[in-house]
Ligand binder design. Structure first.
Ligand SMILES: C[S@@+](CC[C@H](N)C(=O)[O-])C[C@H]1O[C@@H](n2cnc3c(N)ncnc32)[C@H](O)[C@@H]1O
Length: 369
């Protein structure tokens, strides 16, 4: 049995914990910025493949108090690295230190690497490691003198689902979009409208969720290449998750004022395998006949950074508020503008603080007309 840590965006820890519990994971515990659970190689593979809100899955190998480099070295050397790392595998080290006596990250990095090398030298009876084989990213974290040592089983972060070729600045992170879809409790029956679709993240994550398509079923993970029970667990779990995918008609509309964005949304949806489940339209969000529409809207309207753009954005929020005032559609609007409600012209029924990467946002929720 291993202990795993799933780092996640601030604000979604509870949702990720629910996701894990709902899927039968054991000893789930939400903390600040991460969620822990226990399991074996199978659960490691399953978490990587099915989690929609987590950023990666780290296998925790040790947890100790580190007040000196000697303790750091000896404690890391005690870990049975040979159980995971083969004689030709690569094992880079990275980490961070916060409020700890051992505050120099490069020094800690060097000590950790040296301890792993010493351990592996004694097991493999060699002085030189080529490090050409599968990557075993070692990660340490020092927080208040407590050191945790992990192996990263994920590789490229979980938000990299593979359907977006480039991550542009204005686009919302996939893990956040999926978390918002979860907050709406949308089940694929009522209309789901993403009227500022940009690159399509929200609409695509909604479709993947409703169709039970695991976000990692078709991508590669670092631990998948470790061989042995890890590799077989990933193969088995990918097959199992693909077998439970659904095919049904979905009432999703993705629209944007910019034809280029709608085209990009189409391409991304195609790569995600959900283009036939989404209706695409080049449309001004203000021209949608909101009063005759029902269902749910999840919107990520533009946010102005420069003065003029800011004024434009505020004008848009005001016009959107006016256009939607009498609409029965439930509204979920994610914005990093602290004064969004003021411009929209209505206080939200509920709001929730969320982070899009490092950017603090609020999800404003309106349930009543
Ligand atoms: C913050 S981006 C949305 C990003 C999107 N959630 C994603 O993941 O890529 C805002 C989008 O709103 C679009 N937009 C701006 N004004 C609009 C309007 N009046 N009606 C519809 N779309 C508009 C922009 O073209 C831009 O694509």
């Amino acid at each position: 049995m291993f202990r795993f840590s799933v780092p996640c965006l601030m604000g979604v820890e509870g949702l990720v914990a629910d996701e894990l519990k709902f899927n039968g994971f054991q000893e789930v515990a939400a903390e600040n910025g991460r969620v822990l659970f226990s399991g074996d190689e199978r659960e490691c593979a399953r978490a990587n493949i099915i989690l929609r809100g987590g950023e990666r899955v780290l296998l925790r190998l040790h947890d100790f108090e580190a007040l000196s480099f000697d303790v750091l070295f000896e404690s890391v050397k005690k870990i049975p690295w040979e159980d995971y790392i083969g004689s030709s595998d690569s094992f880079p080290v990275k980490g961070y230190s916060l409020r700890s006596k051992l505050h120099s990250v490069p020094d800690c990095q060097r000590i950790v690497k040296k301890a792993v090398v010493e351990r592996l030298k004694s097991v493999y009876h060699t002085d030189w490691f080529q490090e050409e084989g599968p990557k075993h990213q070692i990660q340490f974290s020092l927080l208040n003198n407590r050191c945790e040592v992990f192996l990263d089983t994920t590789g490229a972060p979980l938000y990299k689902r593979g359907y977006k070729l480039e991550q542009n600045e204005a686009s919302i992170r996939e893990t956040l979009a999926a978390s918002i879809v979860k907050i709406t409790r949308w089940r694929g029956r009522e209309d789901f409208i993403d009227p500022f679709c940009g690159s399509g993240t929200i609409a695509i994550e909604a479709a993947l969720t409703a169709l039970n398509i695991a976000p990692g079923a078709r991508r590669l993970f670092d631990a998948e290449e470790w061989g042995g029970s890890f590799s077989s667990a990933f193969a088995e779990q990918k097959k199992a998750s693909i077998a439970t995918e659904k095919q049904e008609k979905l009432p999703i509309l993705a629209s944007d004022l910019d034809p280029g964005c709608v085209e990009l949304t189409k391409e991304n949806a195609k790569r995600a395998g959900v283009d036939k489940y989404i209706e695409f339209a080049v449309q001004d969000a203000l021209d949608i006949d909101w009063e005759s529409r029902t269902g749910i809207m999840v919107a990520n309207p533009p946010y102005g950074v420069r003065m003029l753009e800011e004024q434009e954005a505020h004008k848009l929020y005001r016009a959107l508020g006016d256009a939607m005032r009498r609409s029965p559609v439930k509204k979920y609007i994610i914005s990093s503008d602290d004064r969004f409600e003021e411009h929209f012209g209505q206080r939200s029924d509920k709001r929730r603080k969320l982070y899009n990467g490092m950017i603090k946002c609020n999800l404003y929720m309106y349930f009543k007309r």
